[in-house]
Write a protein that binds this ligand. Sequence first.
Ligand code: DC
Length: 221
Amino acid sequence: MGFNVAIDGPAGAGKSTIAKRLAKELGFVYVDTGAMYRAIGLYMLKNSVDGSDEAAVSEAVKNVEVTLSYDDGVQCVYLNGEDVSGMIRTEEVSALASQISAYQAVREKLLDLQRTMAKNNDVLMDGRDIGTTILPNADVKIYLTASVETRAKRRYDEYIAKGQTCDLAEIEEDIKTRDHNDMTRKISPLKKADDAIEVDSSNMNIDEVVETIKNICKEKM
Ligand code: DC
């Protein structure tokens, strides 16, 4: 078993930015599990499978193979052999990923892949259910959160920086919907594990969050 760090939390709390930086500093493999759900969401989009139809999604997911590779420490996600790392970063795919991640067949598909990565490597894995379901025995569990307003503004700034047009109020609504979906679904809802340490990043910059979590990890290592 590698040294396992689980970072869970809602959309836009800064999990991936923080986890990426921290993984690099600690020399760990960064596993972005949201990207795996997004890849499956993208498959449904490409194949015109209705995301609200659980039976159809559960059938279609049998044809999906998600794999990861690392290029200079950067995670690339493959959907049936095609690198889709860039294509999964849209609001449309994000909404679909949230929808299909509620289904058992989808979660089961990814469970083994995620656990195997954690078994074979020192990992920093980010997601929604890592500390509660995927790696209940993780060495460190962090629940990273921030206010809805802060998270919406961060997403907004990201899209603008990429040259995409977007609307702040709309993003805020999307985040609320996604929080609701992720926290109320029946299987593996987003929730703080009892033994997770909560870090609220609303009034912290990236360096401060990285430093805080790094110190927690170092204490345990
Ligand atoms: O972190 P993200 O925005 O890339 O995640 C996309 C969606 O995938 C999110 O709405 C919830 C789902 N997800 C999940 O259910 N479990 C995880 N471990 C990671 C993501």
